[in-house]
Ligand binder design. Structure first.
Ligand code: PLP
Length: 863
């Protein structure tokens, strides 16, 4: 069969799990045979097995009995074999025996070396391909199973850590005429082998690292001089961005090797970056497509096509860590970079992006791509410490704009780059290859940034020779991620409420109570004050009051409102934190019995009589803020809040002169803050200023605790914040600590209900128009805030559309959410806009003379 050219087909885990998928594998193999090609099929382990093998290793390495973990692995393969009508014992008996021996051995010595891990993990691919080959043979396919370790030998890797040598081995991309001759001579039309595994020159099993099956397939293609490499997976190719996150992403029909390499390296998951070089070295075209078709939707990767420079994709990569190295004058020393990079090499870490200045070198590490746990970072910093002052910054994420010749079109990117105005950029890198422009930002902002950039760059694009159909047009979209919120259990009640009139803010008391409990659980915080600007609905305030919290007010009206509900409160439960307030407002604050906070020296300078012989708090500007948008960062040069460091001497002088007792220092640096050390950093700063103010006993650390907007974001780690503040307290027993959150308490407890007025299609886009607009909820328009939007009338219906959800206000910015996956939606349906409890109704207006949403507190549920 030597005359038939080889085609390498790679099937990932989901493509080889279950009988229906193998039937599809067979169809594809038959189709390629009919094309006159000879398939070399490379398969991954069945879905979930790599994790199960990891669990087996963990159990054995801990000295636990591995029987249960082994039984689980065996059971999954038995299910697969039974579904295909294959005898598991005949196909895999020897492999399962080996696995048992390995696991029991490791359990006895309670240890799993990288060498042993490689052998255990290789079992997944060996098992799946043995079962698959047996089934294909029974179907009459002329197939021969081959052990990949007999075909692929890794390069010598002396000197590298064992993890890298065994778990992330490299192979050369050269052709292998001897292998080709051997395979050509086989008396079977189809060869079936494993991805991910190889052997080293000593004959031991090694793995090719994460995404190793793609790499294996490309290496085989290079070795046998294949006519084509096909990567068959669960998406029909590479897209302008991750289509699961942004369903209007467009299929990229054609990419140059260099662009695909850049896209894969920048984070596009569908193809592993190591898989491109071997194909490129031999000019082998790569097709990336979905196992289930459609047959005409795929990405072809090959020699670049001529054409003007153009951004082809917006790619996000999570799990990026930055290492910042202050070189303390060593920059001029020859060899600093070489020495520093040698340390990274010794730790088996490859450096990705690099930015340099006179005194600092900052590099990014892709922790996931290095397949090494983040714990690696500590010893790395220790070793770098011999050369420089090294610091780790994370978690950060990288967003890259990818396309050839990107420098030539920088001017066209202007409007898109405006998006970065609202986010802190830690590092910018423009690839020497001129293929990408990358920005490293705080990880929690990554998804929103990608949404916004993609909408700017591709929002109005149409299909052409480069851009194919949108993901949602391909009918591929999986269900939109829906956070399991309280509204699911209360769907009926909420629909009844909506029937009484929309728009309507509904509040769930149980969620409110849970949020309060979480804050009261902070051992380091002596007093929690609720920032009522977030939402001053009386029922909410009553519940907050009943749990013993205080109130943070920013206007005399807010003070009066609280006093109207609860009468006089002790000063530690009523805080007045105005800014740029008039003199009489401070007087009203004192009259109300509140603790009054000054956020500038102006009042002391101009109206000292108001403060003479009184106790006050002073709000300081900590100099550096955080937050989900620049409008909510309340510290630093750009912000109007707080006493800056440069005014401290005058402050000390004024308070001494007018016998003002500063009993508390305050700092609120922003809203939606994910940075876990933000609060302890503020405490440390306030404590250092308090050294000069002997009356200070309270440090108020402000609010700002972030709330996850999206299903894939974790809740903020309160325990970590608490631990850092407990450590602070141990060193500074003089102070009591206060906090004054708003969003954390009420955001997740509120939802905005809106009724669909109209549905409209325009120029390929779909709009769902509801009766709540930016006059009810301004956060999306003002901050680009992302709120989950669900069709409450059809919670269980599958998503069918991608639409912009818009309001009735006469402003282009009146959009509650772009590009949302929704079920078919009709006039009269009730839409639910989630996490709208904070800064929703309180920021609402009567713009266009439209009344904003009414409010209702739901009864406590009986759950
Ligand atoms: N404290 C002060 C002084 C504020 O200005 C704010 C918000 O603007 C807060 C607390 C509450 O912030 P968050 O709702 O993000 O917790």
């Amino acid at each position: 069969m030597a005359e038939r050219p080889w085609i390498v087909l790679k099937f990932g885990g989901t493509s080889v799990t279950g009988a229906a998928r193998w039937a599809r594998v067979r169809e594809i193999v038959d189709a390629r045979l009919a094309e006159g090609l000879r398939p070399l099929v490379v398969c991954s382990a069945i879905s979930g097995i790599s994790d199960a093998l990891e669990a087996l290793i963990a159990a054995s390495a801990a000295g636990r009995d591995p029987t249960d973990a082994l039984a689980e692995i065996e059971a999954r393969h038995r299910t697969q074999a039974d579904a295909l009508g294959v005898s598991l014992e005949d196909a895999c008996g020897d492999l399962l025996d080996d696995l048992r021996r390995l696991a029991r051995g490791a359990s006895l010595v309670a240890e799993a070396s990288p060498r042993l891990r490689a052998r255990v993990l290789s079992a997944g691919e060996l098992l799946s391909t043995r079962i698959g080959a047996a089934w294909l043979a029974e179907q009459g396919v002329s197939v021969r199973w081959q052990d990949a370790r007999a075909m692929l030998t890794s390069e010598p890797a002396r000197g590298l850590p064992a993890e890298v040598r065994y778990l992330s081995a490299r192979c050369g991309t050269q052709a292998d005429p001897a292998l080709q001759a051997r395979l050509d001579a086989l008396d079977a039309e189809v060869v079936l082998t494993q991805g991910f595994i190889a052997r080293n020159p000593q004959g031991e099993t090694v793995l090719l690292g994460r995404g190793g099956s793609d790499t294996s397939a490309a290496l085989f293609a290079a070795r046998v001089g294949a006519a084509r490499l096909e990567i068959l997976t669960d998406v029909p190719g590479m897209f302008t961005t991750n289509p699961r996150a942004v369903p209007s992403a467009r299929l990229l029909r054609r990419l140059g090797y260099d662009e695909a390499q850049e896209l894969a390296s920048a984070g596009a998951k569908v193809l592993h970056p190591r898989a491109i070089a071997p194909a490129r070295a031999h000019g082998i075209p790569i097709l990336v497509g979905a196992t289930d078709g459609p047959d005409d939707a795929f990405t072809e990767i090959g020699q670049p096509l001529p054409g003007p420079p153009r951004v082809k994709a917006v790619v996000a990569r999570r799990g990026v860590g930055l290492v910042s190295m202050d070189t303390l004058g060593m920059w001029q020393e020859p060899g600093f970079l070489a020495d520093a990079f040698a340390v990274f090499k010794a730790h088996g870490l490859s450096v990705d992006l690099v930015a340099t200045s006179e005194s600092n070198v900052t590099v990014s590490l892709d922790l996931a791509a290095n397949a090494l746990p983040p714990e690696v970072v500590e010893p790395l910093l220790a070793d770098l410490g011999a050369l420089c002052r090294a610091r780790y910054i994370g978690p950060t994420g990288a967003v890259s704009l990818v396309g050839r010749g990107i420098r030539a079109i920088l001017h066209e990117l202007g409007p898109a780059l405006e998006r970065f105005r609202d986010h802190k950029v830690h590092l910018v890198s423009q690839a020497a290859s001129d293929l990408n422009l990358t920005f490293v930002v705080d990880e929690p902002h990554l998804a929103t940034l990608v949404d916004q950039l993609h909408a700017r760059l591709f929002g109005s694009s149409r299909a052409d020779e480069l851009l194919g159909p949108r993901w949602d047009e391909l009918g591929e979209a999986p269900p939109a991620p829906q956070r399991a919120g309280w509204w699911v259990a209360r769907q009926e009640e909420l629909l009844e409420e909506a029937a009484r009139g929309t728009p309507c803010y509904a509040y769930d008391p149980d969620t409110l109570d849970r949020n309060i409990s979480a804050l009261l659980g902070l051992r380091s915080i002596d007093r929690v004050l609720y920032a009522i600007k977030a939402n001053h609905h009386p029922e909410i305030l009553r519940r907050v009051h009943a749990r013993g919290l205080g109130f943070e007010c920013v206007s005399p009206a807010e003070l009066r409102f609280v006093r109207g509900l609860f009468g006089a409160l002790p000063p530690e439960r009523l805080l007045f934190t105005p800014n740029f307030a008039a003199a009489e407002e401070y007087a009203q604050g004192f009259e109300a019995g509140a603790t009054v906070t000054l956020d500038s020296v102006y009042p002391l300078r101009h109206w000292p009589e108001l403060f003479q012989d009184r106790a006050v708090f002073v709000r300081l500007d900590p100099g550096r803020g955080h937050g989900h948008h620049r409008y909510v960062v309340t510290a630093g040069k750009q912000s109007k809040f707080g006493v800056p460091a440069s005014d401290l001497d005058e402050l000390l002088d004024l308070v001494a002169r007018h016998r003002v007792r500063v009993e508390g220092l305050h700092a609120h640096a922003g809203s939606g803050v994910h940075h876990l050390r933000a609060w302890v950093d503020k405490a440390t700063l306030l404590a250092s200023v308090a050294e000069q103010l002997p009356d200070v006993r309270v440090l108020d650390l402000g609010g700002g605790l972030a709330v996850p907007d999206r299903a894939d974001q974790d809740p903020i780690d309160l325990a970590a914040i608490d631990a850092s503040l407990m450590a602070f307290r141990a060193v500074h027993p003089r102070f009591t600590l206060w906090m004054e959150p708003g969003r954390f308490i009420i955001a997740t407890a509120g939802a905005l209900l809106a009724r669909v007025n109209q549905v409209k299609g325009k120029d390929g886009r779909r709009f769902v128009g509801v009766d709540a607009g930016m006059n009810s909820l301004i956060r999306p328009a003002l901050y680009g805030a992302w709120h989950e939007i669900l069709n409450l009338s059809r919670l269980d219906a599958p998503p069918a559309w991608t639409a912009d959800v818009v309001g009735p206000i006469c402003e282009t910015g009146d959009v509650l959410g772009h590009d949302r996956r929704l079920p078919e939606t009709a006039e009269g349906d009730v839409m639910l806009i989630a996490n709208a409890g904070a800064y929703g109704r309180t920021m609402a207006s009567h713009y266009n003379m439209r009344p904003p949403g009414r409010e209702v507190m739901m009864p406590p549920s009986c759950r």
